[in-house]
Design a protein around this ligand. Structure first.
Ligand SMILES: Cc1cc2nc3c(=O)[nH]c(=O)nc-3n(C[C@H](O)[C@H](O)[C@H](O)COP(=O)(O)OP(=O)(O)OC[C@H]3O[C@@H](n4cnc5c(N)ncnc54)[C@H](O)[C@@H]3O)c2cc1C
Length: 707
């Protein structure tokens, strides 16, 4: 039997190798466009970051090695340009010579994958604008970053690949901004409350994320110098386009093969609608294993599984491909993030009676040295108790949590199936009751009414607006909330009526649940536990006169907000400028920010930051978010490197040199580069364009004066 496979990376080579193992007599030929086969697409970001040092490490197999190992004929550097299903031939163009030839087949497998989309916007062709799909893309990006000493990059697209690229560019010392047109990062991958958590986390790690922000065009002469978004110009020396992929199926337009928005439609036997033609991998659309609906799951894992199953089918096994759960996982700086199955809204759209729970648990015995947390969201059907999906964040082995869920989902498990599962436990690995099982308990408690709770989504929608917030933390943490010491509750609480609506909040949710349990016993019927507690939710109490706790004053000081000691909760927030230089658009944004979030007044500081006055504590985050959309940030206070100042150089009668370029360089290297380093004292740098000391370099810790 002559089997022709088009495409020689994950799906194509997997099908070919397994075919030959199952039937050594099969005549299997792989035709592929590039010179490489079987490369590690998933490893490309780590090549950019330098973790994978050599190009060779990305190549799983050379054509020669693969052919020798498997017995498959490999033809590289050829593009299939058409399929004639009547004659059972494909036409092929040699990529080097342009020569046209044809190959015949008994069975044809299309495994042509997908290509990264380069959006059709002005400037997309500038040098310094990259996509990430092949080893050559990754090599070109790393060479560009190192060769030009790129300092700022914009990644367009906040999906898995965009975020992996952001992390790895940052590893190369590049300051990265990720923009995404959607209202959240990882859309259709994570539910919004978890996506918000990830966004906040990335900001803390120095990766700025702007959602609801679209790239309008790219600026630059021959090399890219900035991304104009719908709200600001983001200066940068490199742009990575990670906005999605398009299946490589244009050559099938006239083949009679059914396509759905370019993706090849296949059945459970991986057959197209045309006899003896099959498809696997990123070029094909499969089904969702839970709903049976069509689902495109362009993942290396699915590509390999489909390839293996197809080889079994083609060699006579009674196999079928059951579809995908859309499982995925990504490593971010200091946080791993995984998901499988249906998101909450996807489950609702599929007609399930959806119930969810969000649990924050230990990831291993709390006393073990590197113990950390898991934030687990489970999605299930309230009627059947069937598990429908899971999303997990954590610093550790998120994959084991997701893989438990995958196993359960594949077996159609109900929540009760996990209830007494004795998963592996010893302190370095897990908790005595496994964290996944603990999350299941939270959901079961919610279903049977033992726990009455509010989800982060409901909280955001304002469902707790008429509730009194009770802080159940061991020490008061929620500003303006009434603090209740859990262990002291041995009867009704003074000053709280039994019918009062109470929102119980702690750090993770557990103490709040314990308090609810006690309060129920003492006759309180209107208590609600906030799921995810303060770990996931930004809990606000409408009590403006409440003092801001000292640790919060310290935290926001590091963000550039200084407490006005004449007030309970007003702060002055410093907006960083480039040595006092801002564009007209930026000044409009700062003025608007002062109007919306502060008192309307702006002052200038000696370090050339613009200080927005009278910002209520609760407005700090919204203000920062508003400024970030315009590419502006706050900072420049506390025991850290302060923004660099310089004189206006040649505009002054004594000025000898324009100091802007030098001070910007220093600002990037030191202010940005050391922005997270806490010092014993503030460290100030100034640059003067003449020896007259007009910006007082002498008074700074590091002073640079002109010639
Ligand atoms: C940066 C990055 C990170 C990723 N990370 C992960 C991850 O962590 N986990 C995961 O599961 N997946 C990941 N993926 C996805 C994974 O790499 C893909 O799902 C997988 O490569 C798909 O394999 P494929 O064989 O279907 O297609 P491809 O890998 O696209 O291979 C198809 C091949 O067919 C060739 N071809 C196309 N048209 C023709 C034609 N007409 N004639 C001849 N040859 C043709 C192409 O040139 C290509 O070489 C990542 C992808 C990228 C780009």
């Amino acid at each position: 039997m002559k089997i022709l496979i088009i495409g020689g990376v994950a799906a194509g080579t997997k099908t070919a190798a397994k075919l030959k193992r199952a039937d050594r007599s099969a005549n299997v030929t792989v035709l592929t466009k590039g010179k490489d086969i079987s490369y590690a697409g998933c490893g490309l970001p780590y090549y950019v970051g330098g973790l994978i040092e050599e190009r060779g490490e990305l190549i799983v197999n050379t054509p020669q090695k693969f052919a020798a190992l498997t017995g498959v004929n490999v033809v590289t550097g050829v593009e299939v340009t058409g399929v004639n299903s009547t004659a059972k031939t494909v036409s092929v163009k040699n990529m080097d010579t342009g020569e046209i030839s044809s190959y015949d087949y008994d069975k044809l497998v299309v495994a042509t994958g997908a290509s990264a989309i380069l959006p059709n916007i002005e400037g997309a062709g500038l040098s310094g604008v990259f996509k990430v799909r092949t080893p050559n893309d990754a090599i070109a990006i790393r060479d560009y970053v190192l060769g030009r000493q790129v300092k700022r990059a914009v990644v367009v697209g906040g999906g898995f690949i965009g975020l992996e690229m952001a992390e790895n560019l940052r590893e190369q010392g590049v300051s990265v901004t990720v923009i995404d047109a959607a209202a959240q990062i990882l859309p259709d991958i994570l539910d919004p409350e978890l996506a918000s958590y990830v966004k906040r986390h990335l900001a803390e790690k120095g990766i700025r994320v702007l959602t609801s922000t679209r790239a309008v065009h790219l600026e630059g002469e021959s090399e890219v110098s900035g991304v104009q978004t719908d709200s600001a110009l983001l200066p940068c020396g490199l742009v990575v386009m990670a906005v999605g992929i398009r299946p490589n199926t244009a050559f099938l337009q006239d083949s009679g093969i059914e396509l759905d928005q370019g993706k090849i439609v296949i059945d459970r036997m991986l057959r197209t609608n045309v006899e003896d033609i099959y498809a696997v991998g990123d070029c094909a659309v499969v089904t969702n294993r839970l709903t049976g609906d069509r689902q495109w799951s362009p993942m290396g894992s699915s590509a390999n599984l489909e390839g293996r199953t197809l080889a079994q089918i083609l060699t006579g096994s009674k196999k079928a491909y059951p579809g995908v759960l859309g499982t995925g996982i990504v490593k971010l700086p200091g946080l791993n993030c995984g998901r499988t199955g249906l998101c909450e809204d996807q489950a609702k759209a599929a007609g399930y009676d959806v119930i969810t729970a969000l649990a924050v648990t230990d990831d291993k015995a709390h006393y073990y040295p590197d113990a950390s947390f898991f934030i687990t969201k489970l999605i299930a059907d309230k009627t059947t108790h069937k598990l429908l999906g899971a999303q997990v964040l954590g610093t550790g082995n998120v994959d084991k949590m997701i893989d438990i869920a995958v196993t359960g989902l594949n077996m159609g498990a109900a929540l009760e199936d996990f209830e007494n599962a004795d998963y592996a436990y010893a302190p370095p690995f897990s908790t005595a009751i496994h964290p996944f099982v603990q999350a299941v308990y939270v959901l079961l408690n919610k279903i049977n009414g033992d726990l009455v709770s509010m989800t982060p989504r409901e909280y955001r929608e304002g469902k707790a607006d008429d509730y009194t917030v009770i802080d159940v933390n061991p020490v008061p943490t929620v500003r303006g909330a009434r603090h209740v010491e859990l262990t002291a509750v041995n009867g009704p609480i003074e000053g709280i009526a039994k019918d009062e609506k109470l929102l119980l909040v702690c750090k993770r949710g557990k103490r709040a649940y314990f308090l609810q349990n006690r309060l129920k016993y003492y006759g309180y019927e209107n208590t609600v536990v906030l799921e995810g507690a303060t770990t996931v939710n930004d809990v606000r109490v409408k009590n403006r006169s409440a003092a801001v706790p000292p640790e919060e004053v310290t935290r926001v000081k590091a963000l550039g907000f200084l407490w006005d000691k004449n007030s309970a909760d007003r702060f002055n927030g410093r907006v960083i400028t480039r040595n006092g230089k801002i564009t007209a658009e930026e000044s409009t944004v700062i003025a608007e920010a002062a109007r919306r979030y502060g008192s309307g007044e702006i002052t200038m500081t000696s370090r050339l930051t613009l200080e927005i006055q009278g910002v209520p504590f609760d407005n700090i985050e919204p203000l920062r978010e508003f400024l970030a959309q315009a590419g502006l940030e706050t900072g420049g206070t506390g025991s850290k490197v302060r923004p660099v100042v310089s004189c206006k150089g040649t505009t002054c009668q004594y000025g000898l040199i324009d100091t802007f370029a030098l001070s910007e360089e220093i600002h990037e290297r030191f202010f940005k580069g050391y922005s997270n380093v806490k010092l014993p004292h503030k460290f100030k740098i100034a640059v003067g364009g003449c020896p007259n000391n007009c910006v007082k370099p002498d008074l700074n810790d590091l002073g640079i004066i002109g010639p």
